[in-house]
Design a protein around this ligand. Structure first.
Ligand SMILES: [Zn+2]
Length: 446
């Protein structure tokens, strides 16, 4: 018998490996944060023993979900302002609320709230862009969650850095500090092509080339962004970014709602990862990203919730369900995205979008042990005919029972083991009152 650290035994395993194997009465052996063997319960239990065993009989074992685009501390702005278009929402509510409230303490509290929500919903990796990203990394590592975390670079003074020089110095320290960590991949996050100058974008690209750090960015989110870019630069955002040599296989582009016909090919050739945010795009009436076409053309494309102020939750279950249905209604073709493809967006394709497909996104020997156990006896889930249908169209975040990240159990039987629920709720309320006071009459919409 080989000794390992953790065994998961029983249940139906949805591997998302190349053959998309689904194994009944499965077993997984975990050691050193990685999956060392996957098979049937009999195969695994006869070869491996461990001090710790998680019983998954009657449940589903799936790869940890990957939330490809968030602004995690914005959980504290959840419901602050809704039902507006992007520019009005940003300039009248979000930017003023951020200017008056975002501090390191605020970011830490919002991050813990977001982490609790994500673990509860089976998300094991997320890709973020915000301020004080070093504090976000610290909270994320402490909670045992995996993150590609990008410190924002933007051409106006923000909470943590007042100038581009300060932001670049912050990113330098931040990336140096976290590179090599088992859970945290530090990144640089130029906000968008319209909010960061060409010179500063080129510096961000050079930084990424020198350090290997990924670049996280919003691209072509609205029609207006494309129109403004055509007027100001004589090129659409993606065209412009290609022209200045910005695109690379370390870039993770959120949204890409409005690529022109040829631009999907440009992104594919450059190896850019794209993250689709259907609920945020719908709520802000941005439009519908051509995701089925991107998938057909073999683009790296994943799925994200965006910040909780524009969604308003961080549930990847809702996001998968929405993605599949949005593309059906938009194309008039119910076959345009299947439940299985929607589940791929939240797992193996999501890993590709973050350029991490060799590490996460499926349950396979050698990969990081990011595993989620989903109960399947809720009224909304029974009976079971097809696992992908059940996962995408019927399962809710509340059905997640146990979460393992990098081989460590961070939630067991719905109890969070790395975060303090009472403290998280109390500080969310405290900051809610502070934000409302800071905005005066604008504090809450009627
Ligand atoms: Zn965003």
């Amino acid at each position: 018998m080989k000794q390992v650290e953790l065994l998961v035994l029983g249940g139906t395993l949805v591997s998302m490996d190349k053959q998309r194997r689904v194994i009944q009465d499965a077993g997984v052996a975990v050691a050193g944060g990685r999956i060392v063997a996957v098979g049937t319960r009999r195969e695994i239990a006869s070869q491996y023993s461990a001090a710790q065993t998680v019983e998954a009989n009657g449940k589903l074992i799936v790869p940890g979900l990957i939330n490809g685009h968030t602004h995690i501390p914005m959980t504290l702005f959840r419901g602050l302002a809704d039902d507006l278009d992007l520019q009005e929402w940003l300039t009248k509510y979000i930017f003023p609320a951020e200017a008056k409230n975002v501090s390191e303490e605020f970011v830490r509290a919002g991050t813990r709230l977001g982490l609790a929500e994500m673990i509860r919903g089976g998300t094991t990796t997320y890709c973020d862009m915000y301020y004080f990203e070093d504090a976000i990394a610290d909270e994320t590592a402490k909670a045992g969650v995996r993150g590609v975390l990008g410190e924002t670079v933007i051409d106006f003074p923000v909470a943590d850095n007042k100038t581009n020089a300060e932001a670049m110095a912050y990113v330098e320290r931040f990336v140096k500090h976290w590179q090599g960590n088992d859970l945290i991949i530090p990144a640089i996050a130029p906000h968008a092509p319209y909010s960061v100058s060409e010179e500063h974008l080129k510096a961000a690209r050079a930084f990424s080339d020198r350090t290997g750090a990924p670049i996280v960015m919003h691209i072509a989110e609205t029609k207006r962004e494309v129109d403004d870019s055509l007027k100001a630069k004589g090129a659409s955002p993606i065209d412009y970014l290609e022209r200045i040599g910005f695109l690379s296989n370390r870039l993770i582009a959120a949204h890409v709602v409005w690529p022109s016909a040829g631009e999907i090919g440009i992104l594919k050739r450059a190896g850019v990862g794209v993250v689709h945010n259907p609920q945020s795009n719908m709520k802000l009436a941005d439009g519908v990203a051509p995701v089925p076409k991107m998938m057909q053309e073999g683009l790296r494309v994943g799925l994200g919730t965006d910040g909780a102020a524009s969604n308003n939750d961080l549930s990847m279950w809702e996001e998968m369900d929405t993605a599949a249905k949005l593309h059906k209604v938009f194309s008039g073709d119910p076959k345009v995205m299947s439940a299985k493809e929607a589940f791929e967006l939240a797992t193996i394709r999501g890993a590709q979008a973050l350029h991490l497909e060799n590490e996460i996104g499926s349950i396979e020997t050698g990969k990081r042990a990011d595993l989620v156990i989903v109960e399947r006896d809720s009224f909304n889930q029974i009976p079971l005919y097809n696992v992908y249908s059940d996962l995408v169209y019927a399962t809710k975040a509340n059905d997640v029972e146990t979460v393992i990240i990098n081989g460590r159990i961070v939630m067991r039987n719905r109890r969070l083991l790395t975060l303090n629920e009472a403290e998280i709720k109390a500080s969310a309320q405290k900051f809610r009152d502070q934000v409302a006071r800071s905005l005066g009459t604008l504090g809450t919409q009627p």
